[in-house]
Design a protein around this ligand. Structure first.
Ligand SMILES: [Zn+2]
Length: 349
C-alpha cells in the first residue's frame, strides 16, 4: 500500500537495527498504519549516481546524526559515551573513545560538526570525534560550546561560533546553515533543569564533570544542501536537539523554503508547552525523524531502551493526532541506533 492511498493517515516507519529492538504497538491509533522495515544500507561512493543524489541520514544514538549528500557531509551532536545517571552526577565523566571507534563509521569526509547545546550528552565526544575521526571538520555552536571545545584542546581554527540568524557556509562544501535561538526544556517535570548557565570565557581547566558542561544558549539549526549556483536548496533540514515550547527556535519559512526533513528531540517534551503541535503545524515537514528518545544512561553494549522522560507512547500518540488534525502528509521515522534513512533527491516528493 503506497502512502497516497493512506490519505490523511500517517505512515510510521519503525526501523529495526540489526540488533533488533522491542516493538510496542499500544501507541498505534485506530485508522493509522504502521509499516515496519529494516534500515537502509548505506550507499557507497562506488554507486556514483545514487551516492551523489541521495541524502543519507544515519542516527548515531542520543541526538547524534551523520548526514551526507555525496561527499558533502555534516555531523550533528555526535555522542557515544553513555554512562549511568549516578555515575554522571557523582564521578567525572568518562570519554568512551572505544565505543566511538566502534560506532562512528567513516566520517572522514565530514566538513562540519553542528552542536545544538553544550550538555555532556551532546558535547562530551566532540573533541575526540573532531581530532581523531572527522579530522578536517570545523565544529560550530554557541559561545559556551566554543569555549568548552577550546578548553578540550580542539584547535582554534577548528571551532567557530554559530552566529544566530546568519547563514554560514561550511568551507569546501555547498552546505549552509543558520542557527536560531531556542530554549532547553527542564529535565524532570517542569522544575528540575540541570546544568544551566553559560561559559563566557575560556575555562582554566578542561571540563570533566557533567556540571562543567553548562547548557549555554540552546540553538536549533536549518541546514541546506545548496545547488552549484548557491541559490537553491536541494534538501532542507530542521534540527532541534532539545524540546522547546511553541514558536521558540522556529525558522522563517519564507526565507528557508519548505522543510524536507525535521529532526525532533523527544526527551522531556512533556516539560514544555505546545512543542509537538506548533513545530509540526508550522514546519509542515515532508519527513520527521525522531531522536534523543533512547536511554543514554545505559551501558553502550546493552540493548536500547526508551528514555523514561521520553514518554514515547504519548509522544507517538501526539504526533499522530496532530498530523491527522492538520492533515499533514508527513512521514515519521523512528530510527534504531546505527540505522540509516535514505532520501533520494529526485523522488523525495
Ligand atoms: Zn541538554
Amino acid at each position: 500500500m503506497g502512502t497516497d492511498r493512506l490519505g490523511p493517515m500517517v505512515t510510521m516507519l519503525l526501523i529495526l537495527s540489526a540488533l533488533g529492538c522491542t516493538t510496542e504497538t499500544s501507541w498505534l491509533r485506530k485508522g493509522y498504519v504502521a509499516r515496519i522495515q529494516r534500515a537502509d544500507s548505506s550507499i557507497s561512493s562506488d554507486r556514483e549516481t545514487a551516492y551523489q543524489n541521495t541524502v543519507q541520514v544515519r542516527w548515531l544514538g542520543t541526538a547524534g546524526f551523520h548526514i551526507s549528500l555525496g561527499d558533502e557531509q555534516v555531523l550533528l551532536d555526535p555522542f557515544f559515551s553513555q554512562q549511568s545517571l549516578l555515575g554522571s552526577v557523582f564521578t567525572k565523566l568518562e570519554v568512551r573513545d572505544d565505543v566511538t571507534e566502534k560506532r562512528i563509521g567513516d566520517v572522514s569526509e565530514v566538513d562540519g560538526i553542528l552542536v545544538g547545546h553544550a550538555h555532556w550528552d551532546h558535547l562530551l565526544d566532540v573533541p575526540d570525534v573532531a581530532i581523531h575521526h572527522a579530522k578536517k571538520a570545523i565544529s560550530y555552536g554557541s559561545l559556551t560550546t566554543f569555549n568548552l571545545l577550546r578548553a578540550l584542546d580542539v584547535p582554534h581554527d577548528r571551532v567557530k561560533r554559530a552566529s544566530r540568524e546568519v547563514w554560514l557556509t561550511i568551507p569546501n562544501t555547498n552546505i549552509r546553515f543558520k542557527a536560531y535561538r531556542s530554549k532547553h526544556s527542564p529535565h524532570v517535570d517542569r522544575i528540575i533543569h540541570l546544568y544551566q548557565g553559560k561559559v563566557k570565557t575560556l575555562p582554566k581547566e578542561p571540563p570533566t564533570w557533567a556540571s562543567d558542561f553548562k547548557e549555554g544558549r540552546t540553538l536549533t539549526y536549518v541546514i541546506q544542501f545548496m545547488d552549484e549556483s548557491g541559490e537553491n536548496s536541494k534538501f532542507t533540514i530542521f534540527y532541534a536537539d532539545s524540546a522547546s515550547g511553541g514558536m521558540r527556535g522556529l525558522p522563517d519559512l519564507d526565507e528557508t523554503g519548505d522543510i524536507d526533513l525535521a529532526i525532533l528531540t523527544v526527551a522531556a517534551w512533556k516539560n514544555v508547552d505546545d512543542y509537538v503541535e506548533t513545530k509540526l503545524k508550522c514546519l509542515k515537514p515532508k519527513h520527521v525523524i525522531l531522536t534523543h528518545y533512547d536511554d543514554f544512561f545505559m551501558e553502550p553494549e546493552e540493548e536500547m531502551e526508551f528514555l523514561t522522560m521520553a514518554y514515547m507512547t504519548d509522544f507517538l500518540k501526539e504526533i499522530q493526532e496532530t498530523a491527522r488534525e492538520a492533515n499533514l502528509p508527513t512521514v515519521f521515522w523512528i530510527p534504531a541506533r546505527g540505522s540509516q534513512i535514505n532520501f533520494p533527491l529526485a523522488t523525495r516528493d
